[in-house]
Design a protein around this ligand. Structure first.
Ligand SMILES: Nc1nc2c(ncn2[C@@H]2O[C@H](COP(=O)(O)OP(=O)(O)O)[C@@H](O)[C@H]2O)c(=O)[nH]1
Ligand SMILES: [Mg+2]
Length: 384
């Protein structure tokens, strides 16, 4: 079995070479550089820089799955000068063991950071406690404080603001009901930046800002990671290319082989009811006509099992070497075919590849394939 030919953890140089190759493989590099910088982002970047000057603290929201790739390098010099808390959002989708290493890394760089789930009030409350500690001295001195929330698109800034707003509202008596407010006293407020008052005495405003990327994403792999996490529009990269990248990552990490162990019962065809009800936003995974007597939850659980089984068998039976670019591309081609079956996409469907890609990406993005962190923790303390 080809898996034995993998470097088995190997030297870090070998690992780095594989990592580098991932982003530069034929199917990726031929697609060209990945950039998405529409006009509104240029304007918003300028507005954010201006507003940063007068803000007292900045919450930089990053995606837990890509703690480094979801930074905006152009804003970093401005952010690192401010009181800053890094909120690693969507922690529910990130591998907790690797997350632990990341928080340790930020600690060692003396950078406040907190993994959060923007939809969870208790999680956001912890973030607010940290913000309060950081602002303690300013709170006793200033009549008005400004907290800015910044980050690349889709990391959950607005979800976080909404949770902060809800928590704040519940702390105020009805007659003092906090209103959503556009921050007026500041110069040149654009319509894109919305302010919410979350406290009196001192008045604290939280600013929601549009997600901004850099005009030129430094390398293809960073672009692919941003696309996989949903920060770059799918249409900019193409779903197929993103799905190919995801398969390349899974195969080189040997992830499908772990699925075999963690998922044995289901892989052997034993069904069980999931312990908790999931809030599925997986409408596009359901067939137009649902199979009779099969609940949506079970239907999706079965689909996940089928997908994991298909990827497990295709990888474990693969004769080639996944560290070889051409071999890996062959494997990925085979996997598109087995995925089509597992995802129940009709053989003759004209847009089969794109349908496979979309469904497969949905499973990953909703955490159904398990928790992941795509960025490696730097070996030296270079994070900012
Ligand atoms: N699983 C998960 N999804 C989240 C979380 N926070 C936000 N989202 C989802 O991520 C998407 C983007 O959120 P949004 O707040 O609009 O991001 P923004 O572009 O940074 O303002 C939405 O579908 C949210 O429901 C989280 O902590 N966990
Ligand atoms: Mg938003």
């Amino acid at each position: 079995m080809a898996v034995g030919r993998r470097s088995g953890g190997g030297s870090s140089t070998a690992k780095a070479a594989v990592k580098k190759a991932l982003g530069e493989m034929d199917f990726n590099s031929s697609g060209g550089a990945i950039n998405w910088f529409p006009g509104h982002m240029a304007a918003a970047t300028r507005a954010i820089r201006d507003r940063l000057k007068v803000s007292d603290l900045v919450i930089e929201v990053r995606d837990s799955r890509i703690p480094l790739s979801s930074t905006n390098a152009d804003l970093q010099p401005h952010l690192s000068k401010k009181r800053r808390v890094i909120a690693l959002n969507k922690k529910d989708l990130a591998n907790p063991n690797v997350m632990h290493k990341w928080t340790h890394h930020f600690d060692s760089c003396n950078q406040d950071c907190l993994p959060i789930n923007a939809h969870s009030k208790s999680s956001v409350k912890k973030l607010l406690d940290l913000v309060e500690i950081k602002l303690k001295e300013a709170i006793s001195r200033e009549p008005t404080l400004l907290v800015m929330v910044v980050g690349v698109p889709n990391v959950g800034k607005s979800a976080l603001i909404n949770s902060i707003h809800q928590i704040a509202s519940s702390h105020f008596p009805v007659q003092e009901k906090i209103k959503r407010a556009t921050v007026g006293p500041l110069p040149g407020v654009t319509q894109d930046i919305a302010g919410f008052k979350i406290a009196h005495h001192p008045s604290i405003y939280v600013l929601d800002t549009p997600g901004v990327l850099v005009p030129s994403i430094p390398d293809i792999e960073t672009g692919l990671k941003l696309a996989l996490a949903g920060s770059v529009k799918d249409s900019v990269v193409g779903e197929e290319r993103i799905a190919q990248y995801l398969l390349a990552v899974l195969n080189t990490r040997g992830t499908p082989l772990h699925w075999k162990h963690s998922n044995n019962r289901r892989m052997e065809g034993i069904r069980y009811e999931p312990e908790e009800k999931h809030d599925y936003s997986l409408k596009d995974l359901r067939p137009k006509k649902k199979p009779p007597n099969v609940s949506d939850v079970l239907y999706i659980e079965d689909m996940v099992t089928e997908v994991q089984r298909a990827l497990y068998f295709s990888l474990s039976e693969f004769e080639g070497n996944v560290e070889n670019e051409n071999d890996l591309e062959c494997l990925i081609e085979q996997q598109f075919e087995v995925l089509q079956k597992a995802l129940k996409i009709p053989h003759k469907a004209s847009e089969a590849r794109i349908m496979v890609s979309k469904k497969f990406l949905t499973l990953f993005r909703t955490g159904k394939l398990g928790p992941f962190i795509l960025d490696d923790v730097p070996e030296v303390n270079t994070a900012s």
